[in-house]
Ligand binder design. Structure first.
Ligand SMILES: Nc1nc2c(ncn2[C@@H]2O[C@H](COP(=O)(O)OP(=O)(O)OP(=O)(O)O)[C@@H](O)[C@H]2O)c(=O)[nH]1
Ligand SMILES: [Mg+2]
Length: 390
């Protein structure tokens, strides 16, 4: 799973990305600071299974703090999009292709109205415009790819429409859309044969497939600068979260330096030794301005909404030793994985290793100590020992 961060230039994508990942990313107050995409790893919170077993865990792929497990999720930060991007405006549609890797998109909006649609400084721009045109741009880019691929397979489908689903799946594999997603959309539009694929249907197909395979979530960033009250005006009309990426980044960096104790997503932080007056004042200002007013900086919540609500992920823990809930070296609950809700024990086995999947015998639910079969559906927080043949 990969979460993509999108938006017009200068809206704060790289700040948001860096706040989540603490990976190096260039941030500057001018458009097109980011050209090559930034890749990083963020973490989503869930109650750690160590609480259930009353054990001290020793995570390997993830980390645990105060019985909260932080599970990794890949994040990609891309170049800014401007109106007409799908036709090559701005940095062109080659940069849109970076988006094809994402499974869900977080759309960063500069809610303060201080940047225009090209990301240039201005006053009084209405951010409501961004909510619509950006998604439209993505849909047009998606439709262009579907159309080009359709043109390639059109001739074939005139004579043999039976393999439409297979052909489309293989042609569109670069967009990270699954056969299941394509089938749902084809069925929904009542398309069973190639020749029914008119231009109009292609557009509808592309839009619905984009909605299903890359859902978009809107984020009102730079809430600290929103003196015009744009967020208040738009919050009931759109599902939109208030965010201050800059504050989250400041808290995370102060936390990394040991100046404060801050847990992502929290409404408070604890001041440690070593803060000078200026730093203390700056952090206090952000606390009053953001944490006290909105309950958090919003950044962590946005990522978790994307992962748990848009992508329907649950957290599960594969272990090798069911008695110690540990790996073979004795690390307790070493890994936590994100897996799509509805996945089975066999799906998890394949995620751990193809070999374990193909030699799957059964699994043990470590919480209930029950043996379960390959089609057993996983629940959030499950700890599973997979038994595989040699
Ligand atoms: N006040 C305030 N400024 C912010 C916030 N988030 C980002 N900024 C500032 O907005 C400017 C642009 O931030 P970037 O993160 O570089 O924006 P971007 O969307 O990645 O820009 P491009 O890569 O050029 O598309 C920088 O000056 C940031 O410091 C915020 O929450 N509040
Ligand atoms: Mg950037």
């Amino acid at each position: 799973m990969i979460v993509g961060v999108v938006g017009k230039p200068n809206c704060g994508k790289s700040t948001f990305f860096k706040a989540l990942t603490l990976a190096d990313a260039e941030i500057a107050n001018f458009p097109f600071t980011t050209i090559k995409p930034n890749f990083g790893v963020g973490y989503v919170r869930s109650e750690c299974a160590c609480k259930f077993f009353n054990l001290n865990c020793s995570p390997k792929n993830s980390y645990c703090k105060n019985k909260t497990r932080f599970t990794p999720i890949k994040i990609i930060d891309v170049a800014g999009l401007v109106p007409g991007a799908h036709e090559g405006k701005g940095l062109g549609n080659q940069f849109m292709d970076d988006l094809s890797q994402a499974d869900a998109l977080i759309h960063i909006i500069d809610i303060s109205g201080r940047t225009n649609e090209k990301g240039e400084p201005t006053e009084g721009y209405d951010p409501e415009q961004d909510i619509t045109w950006l998604v439209e741009e993505i849909d047009l880019w998606f439709a262009g790819i579907v159309k080009r691929n359709w043109d390639k397979i059109k001739g074939k489908m005139q004579h043999d429409s039976k393999n439409l689903l297979k052909e489309l799946t293989s042609q569109l594999s670069g967009l990270r859309v699954s056969e299941g997603q394509i089938k749902t959309v084809l069925d929904g539009l009542g398309i069973t044969e190639g020749p029914q694929f008119t231009d109009e249907k292609i557009r509808m197909f592309a839009r619905t497939l984009r909605e299903n395979s890359k859902p978009v979530m809107a984020v009102a960033n730079k809430i600290d600068l929103d003196s015009a009250g744009n967020f208040e005006r738009l919050k009931d009309k759109y599902d939109i979260t208030p965010v201050c990426a800059e504050a989250e980044l400041a808290f995370k960096e102060a936390g990394r330096k040991g100046l404060i104790d801050y847990n992502p997503g929290d409404s408070k932080f604890e001041v440690k030794e070593g803060l000078d007056e200026k730093q203390k004042k700056a952090l206090d200002f952000l606390k009053t301005r953001i944490l006290d007013k909105y309950g958090s900086t919003g950044v962590q919540q946005c990522l978790e909404n994307a992962v748990f609500k848009m992508l329907n992920q649950i957290v599960v823990y594969p272990v090798e030793n069911e008695n110690k809930t540990a790996d073979s070296k004795g690390n307790v609950l070493p890994d936590s994985y994100l897996i799509t809700e509805g996945s089975t024990a066999l799906d998890l086995a394949f995620k751990v290793h193809t070999d374990i999947g193909s030699k799957f015998i059964n699994a043990i639910d470590c919480k209930t100590k029950m043996r379960v079969g390959k089609y057993h559906k996983l629940k959030n927080g499950d700890v599973l020992k997979i038994v595989a043949g040699r």
